[in-house]
Design a binder for this molecule. Structure first.
Ligand SMILES: Nc1nc2c(ncn2[C@@H]2O[C@H](COP(=O)(O)OP(=O)(O)OP(=O)(O)O)[C@@H](O)[C@H]2O)c(=O)[nH]1
Ligand SMILES: [Mg+2]
Length: 175
């Protein structure tokens, strides 16, 4: 099972809709997730499905109630929100120290890369204190740059979700 977490309005819902294959255009709008959204995402060949649970940013204090049987976490950061970005790094660290998440794989998503006043990758990673974070946590973290609006990075995220090991385990389970 995979969770999609991240601060309020960082773009989780739009990113998940885009990953799920929903049509995204200027008229697409999202509402704050007050609870959980569930998405079914397919791999590039359409053979395999994965269920992803998005939990709203304003539910961060209770994210920990959803950590059982989690293998992957997509953590979405809004690179256009200067006020939020450092706090997003602290929030990420605060739950990666949780013992139940010791072996999860994490995709750190630098999102809203279409916005002209966004932070570039290196600045965003500095503000997130990424180098320090990597030293202090056990999880393997993969950094991806995305935009739920334009679809940038969506296929890289899909490849990360359906990595060869995950596909092998799924194939075995389906036999
Ligand atoms: N420019 C731009 N805007 C985005 C992008 N992703 C989301 N947005 C906008 O940001 C706002 C919040 O997006 P959501 O996807 O609802 O954010 P969220 O992280 O699901 O928010 P919560 O569920 O409340 O935690 C909306 O107005 C979106 O249209 C993006 O990649 N680029
Ligand atoms: Mg949402």
């Amino acid at each position: 099972m995979c969770l999609c977490l991240g601060p309020f309005k960082s773009g989780k819902t739009l990113l998940m809709k885009s990953l799920q294959g929903d049509e995204i255009d200027d008229a697409t709008h999202t509402v704050p997730t007050n609870g959980i959204n569930i998405y079914t995402v397919k791999n590039d060949t359409g053979e395999f499905d994965m269920v992803i649970k998005e939990i709203g940013g304003n539910m961060a204090p209770i994210w920990k109630h959803y950590f059982d049987k989690i293998h992957k976490i997509i953590y979405v950061v809004d690179t256009s929100n200067l006020c939020q970005i450092s706090a997003a790094g602290v929030l990420l660290y605060s739950f990666l120290v949780e013992p139940r998440l010791r072996n999860v794989k994490v995709a750190l998503i630098l999102n809203k890369m279409d916005v002209s006043y966004r932070q570039m990758r290196n600045e965003a990673l500095l503000m997130l204190q990424y180098a320090r974070l990597q030293k202090e946590v056990t999880q393997k973290i993969t950094v991806l740059e995305t935009s739920g609006m334009t679809g940038q990075g969506i296929e890289s995220l899909r490849s990360w979700l359906f990595d060869p090991e995950t596909l092998r385990i799924t194939l075995k389970a389906n036999k």
